[in-house]
Design a protein around this ligand. Structure first.
Ligand code: NAD
Length: 421
């Protein structure tokens, strides 16, 4: 039961799609049942207070199915849903709309003085990112992005080996993330026109590489295939391959290839195929997110209803040894961590020291928008290269110089590069 000293942070949720169901929903339900506590804040509640979506239908269905699991929440729908949510008295806002709709929602929420958490990729252009960073600074709030792969225990181990100098200087690597056809065919049908799987999922690995190895992003190239999700000469992509070149302080370089798709077969043994390999001066790291040792067969039920190789680390539903049903994993942990960061800023000590607490939470570069510039530059480059290809001008290269805040796109043999930033 909440006590007189229990602090509260009211959450607003914009977008109630697949990712809400996988990560935010279990977090809010768990927080409702258990509450949150830390030494600095004492007991804390983080109720889902309001939801804004286009039609309100999923929110209505969730209202019914969640009775007893969370407190009641307000359901705003339509063109002014976000404005109404912002006026309803929420303390922080989570934005889980399709990625080309993050910016407007985040801008409104920051402008209203709310702490903000945005799903990956944060935004699609550096100009937008810089505007959000400036707004967060002006309103003394946190503006953060969700990259849950940084919390995957395997990636944490890899980062520890790199940080401790056990693995020395990365030279090159590859990452692949393949989603099933059901994702492009039905799940995302409403917004998939003109979109590509690279922006949507390669960004997980762009961030992983950027955060893990540091360095300076220099060059982005990309290719892709069309013809399944949309016409072969249209702007909607089935698969995308991108390459990033980084330079490190000692002048040496590394190259990373990231392959993505949302047209893998639906009867794939795992829901999402995810693999990485990084080669260092003195070692190799090979990782596979679903082949971590489990192989399940249930007659008539795998691989569709249940997956053959399951990633229980990201997000699994469990019967705990003590009898409780739970849903947990690093996909949910990352949301909880953000709420704890907001709680630390708002309730972690005297008001007079809030500025210091805010600075401390902003310095966490795994999720702060200010540390997302190279990742957004890579996304912006990818989007521009694919737009050029869709317009009949394939094989563009983007050179990145963020020290000078310049992104230029060029084609071999063309004299004048085009400035993206
Ligand atoms: N971290 C991950 O692994 C992961 C996985 C999936 C999706 N995501 C991210 O989450 C975001 C949403 O993806 P999803 O899979 O939940 O998509 P989805 O299509 O399942 O759901 C989108 C939701 O946004 C709502 N919406 C759309 N436009 C809106 C608007 N203008 N205002 C308010 N609500 C709006 C829709 O009503 C729907 O509820 C994307 O940015 C995606 O990249 C992250």
């Amino acid at each position: 039961m909440p006590t007189a000293e229990t602090k509260s942070l009211r959450a607003g949720m914009v977008g109630l799609g697949m990712i809400f169901d996988e990560t935010y929903r279990p977090f809010f339900e768990w927080a409702h049942g258990n509450g949150l506590w830390s030494r600095e804040t004492g007991p804390l509640e983080a109720p889902l207070a309001a939801v804004a979506t286009r039609t309100g239908k999923r929110a209505e269905a969730y209202k019914k199915s969640s009775q007893g699991k969370i407190a009641d929440f307000q359901n705003f729908r339509g063109d002014h849903a976000i404005d109404e949510l912002l006026k309803s008295g929420v303390d922080f806002v989570c934005i889980a709309t399709p990625d080309d709709r993050h910016f407007d929602a985040a801008k409104k929420a920051l402008d209203a003085g709310k702490h903000v958490l945005i799903e990956k990729p944060s935004v699609l252009r550096l100009q937008e990112l810089d505007e959000l960073i400036a707004l967060a600074a002006r309103h003394n709030v946190l503006a953060k992005v969700v990259y849950h792969k940084l919390l995957d225990p395997d990636h944490k181990k890899l980062r520890t080996l790199v940080a401790d100098g056990v693995l020395k200087h990365v030279n090159n690597g590859y990452c692949s993330l393949l989603e099933p056809k059901s994702v492009s065919g039905s799940q995302f049908a409403e917004w998939i026109h003109g979109r590509n799987p690279g922006t949507y999922v390669a960004v997980h690995y762009v961030k992983l590489i950027d955060f893990m190895f540091g360095g300076r992003l220099k060059t982005v190239t990309a290719t892709g295939q069309r013809g399944l999700v949309g016409p072969q000469d249209g702007p909607t992509w089935d698969s995308v391959q991108m390459r990033l070149i980084y330079e490190y302080d000692d002048g040496r370089e590394a190259a990373f290839d990231i392959h993505t798709s949302w047209v893998a077969p639906d009867n794939f043994p795992g829901y999402v195929e995810q693999e990485v390999q990084f080669r260092f001066d003195n070692g190799v790291w090979n990782g596979h997110s679903r082949k971590r040792g489990v192989e399940l067969t249930v007659e008539g039920r795998t691989p569709h209803e249940f997956k053959t190789t399951i990633n229980t680390h990201y997000n699994g539903q469990f019967l705990e040894p003590w009898g409780e049903r739970s849903q947990r994993g690093y996909g949910i942990e990352v949301i909880e961590r953000f709420v704890r960061e907001v709680a630390f800023v708002e309730h972690g000590g005297p008001k007079s020291e809030q500025e210091t607490r805010l600075r401390k939470m902003r310095s966490l570069n795994y999720n702060d928008l200010a540390a997302d510039r190279q990742t957004v530059a890579a996304v912006q480059a990818l989007e521009a290269i694919l737009a050029e290809a869709a317009a009949g001008r394939p094989d563009a290269v983007v050179r990145v110089d963020l020290a000078k805040n310049v992104l230029t796109l060029s084609h071999t043999g063309t004299a004048s590069p085009q400035r993206l930033v």
